[in-house]
Design a protein. Structure first.
Length: 422
C-alpha cells in the first residue's frame, strides 16, 4: 500500500513539478471561493440579477475571445512566466473587487472592467498549464502529474464553496475575494521560483496569424484531436443544461434543495474518484478509453428523466463526476505525449475554447427549452447527444490508432533522477 502511494506521488519528488503543483493547489483554493462570493456579493450590493449576469459575463466572454491569442503567446514565451503574470493580474482584480465590497463602494461600472481583465488573464493562463506540465515531468509520469493537479482542483471544488458561504455569512463576500487575490500572489511566488528547460520557441519568423493557423492545422490534421474537442463542446453544453434544469425539476418537490446539494456533492466525490483512478490505470488506447468512460455521465441525465430515488441519483452523480476527470487526465496526457512541445499551448487553446464555447449557450437556452419542450424531454435529448457524440468519435480510425506512451522503467527512473536533482 505504501509503495503504491509513493509511486502515485512520484511527480512531487521533482522540484519543478512540486512548485507547479503547490502554486496550482493554492490558487485553486482561492478560486473556488470566488464564484459563490462574487455572486452573493454582487447581489447584496446591487439587488439585481441582471447586474450579476453582466458582471459574470464580463469575466467569461474575454476568456473565450482571447484564448487563441493566449495560446500563441504561451508557445512564444516561458510558460511559467505567462502564468505568473496572469496570476498577478488576477490578484489585482480580485483584490480591487474585495475592497469595493468590504468598504461598501461597489460599482458595476468599475467591476465590469476588472472582470474583463480577469477573464483576459485566464485566457493566457489556461493554455499554459498543460504545456508547462509537459516540461516539469518526464513522459512516463505525465498522467500521474495531470491526475494530481486535477485532484487538487476536485478537492478544492468540494470545500471552497462551503468556506465561501461561511465567510459571506460571518463577515463579507469581500473577504473571500481578498483570500482569492492573496492566493494568486502566493501562487505567483512559487511559479517565479520554478525552473525548467526552455521549450523550443514558436517564434520562427512566421507572423502571429501564421502561428495561429499552424495551431489550427495541428488540430484539424489529427482526427483524435478535433473529434475530442467537438465531444467536449457537447459535454459542456449538456452539463450546462443539466445544471439549470436539474434543480428546476425539483421545484415543489419535498427533496428539493437537499437533493440537488447531494447530487452536486456526489459529482465532486466522483471527480476525486476519477483523479485517484487516473493515478493507477494506464489503458493501451487512452482516447478510446476516454470516450467510453465519458458515457458514465449519461446515467445522471437518465436518473433525472426517470425521477429516480435519491440513492440512485447520488450513485449516478458519482459516476458522472468520474466521467469528467478520468478522461481529462487521459486526454491531457496524450496531448502532451503526442504533440511537439512548441505547438502544445496553441492546440490547448483550441481545446479550451471549444470547451467553453457552448457552455454559455447551454445556460442561456436551458430554461426556455425546458419550458417549451418539457424538462424531461430536454434532459433525454441531452443524454442522447452525449451518447451519439461519443459513438461518432469511436468510428474514427485515428482514435483507435493512438496508443499510450510505453513506459521504459530504467529511462523514466533516470529522467526522474535528473528532474529531481534540478
Amino acid at each position: 500500500m505504501r509503495t503504491a502511494v509513493r509511486a502515485s506521488l512520484a511527480p512531487l519528488r521533482i522540484t519543478a513539478f512540486r512548485r507547479q503543483f503547490t502554486a496550482h493547489a493554492i490558487s485553486m483554493v482561492g478560486s473556488t471561493l470566488s464564484p459563490v462570493a462574487l455572486s452573493l456579493g454582487v447581489l447584496d450590493a446591487t439587488g439585481s440579477p441582471a447586474m450579476l449576469g453582466a458582471v459574470l459575463a464580463a469575466g467569461g466572454v474575454p476568456t473565450v475571445v482571447m484564448l487563441l491569442v493566449g495560446g500563441v503567446w504561451a508557445d512564444r514565451l516561458p510558460r511559467q512566466k505567462v502564468m505568473m503574470v496572469s496570476n498577478l493580474v488576477c490578484a489585482m482584480t480580485q483584490g480591487a473587487l474585495a475592497v469595493m465590497l468590504i468598504t461598501g463602494t461597489f460599482r458595476v461600472e468599475a467591476a465590469i472592467p476588472l472582470q474583463i481583465l480577469y477573464g483576459t488573464a485566464m485566457a493566457f493562463f489556461l493554455p499554459s498549464t498543460g504545456a508547462l506540465t509537459a516540461q516539469t515531468v518526464p513522459k512516463g509520469l505525465l498522467q500521474k502529474a495531470n491526475a494530481l493537479l486535477s485532484l487538487a482542483t476536485s478537492l478544492s471544488g468540494s470545500l471552497g464553496p462551503l468556506l465561501a458561504g461561511l465567510l459571506v455569512v460571518s463577515a463579507s463576500a469581500g473577504w473571500a475575494l481578498l483570500i482569492d487575490g492573496a492566493s494568486f500572489v502566493v501562487a505567483a511566488m512559487f511559479l517565479r521560483r520554478l525552473r525548467v528547460d526552455n521549450t523550443p520557441s514558436a517564434t520562427d519568423g512566421s507572423s502571429f496569424l501564421g502561428q495561429l493557423a499552424e495551431g489550427l492545422r495541428e488540430v484539424t490534421s489529427r482526427g483524435w484531436v478535433w473529434s475530442s474537442i467537438v465531444a467536449f463542446m457537447f459535454t459542456h453544453l449538456t452539463t450546462a443544461i443539466l445544471f439549470v434544469l436539474g434543480p428546476t425539476s425539483m421545484v415543489g418537490n419535498d427533496r428539493g434543495v437537499l437533493t440537488w446539494s447531494a447530487v452536486v456533492a456526489g459529482i465532486s466525490v466522483g471527480q476525486a474518484v476519477g483523479d485517484v483512478t487516473a493515478l493507477h490505470v494506464k489503458p493501451r488506447r487512452p482516447i478510446v478509453t476516454a470516450r467510453v468512460v465519458e458515457l458514465l455521465a449519461v446515467p445522471l441525465f437518465v436518473a433525472f428523466v426517470l425521477d429516480a430515488p435519491l440513492p440512485v441519483l447520488i450513485m449516478a452523480a458519482i459516476a458522472g463526476g468520474l466521467a469528467m476527470t478520468l478522461p481529462d487526465a487521459l486526454w491531457f496526457t496524450t496531448l502532451q505525449q503526442q504533440l511537439a512541445p512548441q505547438v502544445l499551448a496553441r492546440v490547448s487553446s483550441y481545446d479550451w475554447m471549444g470547451s467553453f464555447a457552448l457552455r454559455p449557450i447551454g445556460y442561456a437556452v436551458a430554461g426556455s427549452l425546458g419550458a417549451h419542450a418539457g424538462v424531461t424531454t430536454v434532459l433525454a435529448v441531452a443524454a442522447g447527444t452525449l451518447v451519439l457524440t461519443r459513438l461518432a468519435g469511436l468510428l474514427l480510425p485515428s482514435v483507435w490508432a493512438v496508443r499510450r506512451h510505453v513506459d521504459r522503467p530504467s529511462a523514466d527512473a533516470g529522467d526522474l533522477a535528473a528532474h529531481t536533482s534540478s
